[in-house]
Design a protein around this ligand. Structure first.
Ligand code: ZN
Length: 147
């Protein structure tokens, strides 16, 4: 297994991906007929996320979010919504666990393809203050599902 730190080129690529999601967020907007809605904020950084799901038969059919804040929180929300469509609720919670493990520095999680583009945020685990930013949309998701 390769345990070397990511090379600078890969970091640059990840940085681009994060900025791209920040500037052109996917699935941003308001969902008609949402079955689950949760608003969360991260007072440490000023990030806000309004997450809406339409769940049918325990499957996430649609996801939208409205938010503002730093690039990490908004990119994490955008990347998360891409991943959730058509996932079952247990699958979504398992992804939230993987994301949380990645933020705790778990190398296996950082290489887990099920996290998709979110792996670009693996480096955030080195900045404890920003971890809450990256996990904000996931905490909203977990609250929405468990409420
Ligand atoms: Zn933030």
């Amino acid at each position: 297994m390769d345990t070397s730190p990511p090379d600078p080129q890969l970091s640059a690529l990840y940085q681009e991906l994060i900025l791209d999601h920040y500037r052109r967020p996917r699935n941003k907007g308001t969902l008609e007929q949402a079955t689950h809605t949760v608003s969360l904020n991260n007072p440490l950084c000023g990030d806000e996320i309004d997450l809406q799901l339409r769940v049918d038969d325990d499957i996430i059919k649609e996801v939208r979010f409205i938010g503002r804040g730093c690039s990490i929180s908004q990119a994490a929300a955008s990347m998360m919504t891409q991943l959730l469509k058509d996932k079952s609720l247990p699958q979504a919670l398992a992804l939230a666990d993987r994301m949380s493990a990645m933020m705790q520095g778990d190398e296996g999680a950082a290489r887990d393809k099920t996290l998709g583009e979110l792996r670009a945020l693996a480096g955030v685990s080195k900045f404890p203050v920003r971890i809450k930013c990256a996990l904000l949309p996931w905490n909203a998701l977990t609250d929405a599902i468990k409420s």
